[in-house]
Ligand binder design. Structure first.
Ligand SMILES: [Zn+2]
Length: 236
């Protein structure tokens, strides 16, 4: 059974981070649960992640935050989640920064205590994450989704925590800096994603990335599956 699933997976696209609920037989997705889904403890597909997104703090009360934490803790400790997050730090929302950091550290502790990957939203907070790694010395994989940092940040993060992964999506299309960065990211630390981009097809992202990296599409697909398996082995 397991090997059949693996064979099917080898042909599929892995979308490591999405908030969309459009299913496709061509892809396997890691879904980040919404406020409603966490509230109702609804899981999506085989790989769900739950966390409190820093942007949500603009819209939800402390009471809702507390309720979400209870449900995330329950889902995670019952083994229902693939990962913890999306959580993180966003310097474009400075008025919530202290609360973001407190919540990020809560997610970090949860991911460490249960041995689950941490899915991270980082906007202009690279140095904050470097400081946190130095202090907390995480052991579980950290997945920076829609990564917008530079080569130096990639190197510094990997130097301090070798289980850092970097995922890219729409930025391969709309950011020349990210297109330049892509070949500098070690292939064994790379993932691709649709995130919240309704009109973005994961197949298109893989095509763009394979062009940019001068790699055969099937090779890229199998490499990202290897990366996924490496994470799954590490957290088992
Ligand atoms: Zn996201």
């Amino acid at each position: 059974m397991e090997s059949q699933k693996d064979q099917m997976s080898a042909l599929s696209y892995l979308d490591i981070h999405t908030h969309l609920r459009t299913s496709s037989h061509e892809s396997v997705v890691v879904s980040s649960l919404s406020v409603e889904e966490i509230s109702q403890k609804t899981l999506i597909g085989s790989y769900s992640c739950a966390g409190i997104h820093p942007w949500w703090l603009e819209e939800i009360s402390q009471e809702v935050v507390d309720h979400l934490k209870v449900n995330i803790l329950e889902l995670a400790s019952k083994g229902k989640l693939w990962g913890v997050g999306e959580t993180g730090l966003d310097r474009l929302y400075p008025e919530f920064f202290d609360q973001q950091k407190e919540l990020f550290l809560w997610h970090l502790d949860l991911s460490e205590s249960l041995g689950l990957p941490l899915i991270i939203h980082n906007v202009r907070a690279g140095s904050d994450f470097l400081e946190i790694i130095k202090e907390k010395k995480p052991t579980v994989p950290w997945l920076f989704h829609d990564f917008r940092g530079n080569e130096e940040l990639v190197k510094n993060l990997l130097r301090l925590h070798e289980s850092c992964y970097f995922s890219f999506g729409i930025s391969i299309d709309n950011s020349p800096q990210i297109r330049e960065l892509l070949p500098q990211v070690p292939l064994e630390n790379l993932f691709l994603e649709t995130d919240n981009q309704k009109h973005l097809d994961i197949h298109e992202i893989y095509l763009r990335a394979s062009e940019q990296l001068h790699l055969d599409l099937d090779f890229l697909k199998s490499q990202l599956w290897l990366n996924f398996k490496k994470i799954n082995r590490q957290v088992q």
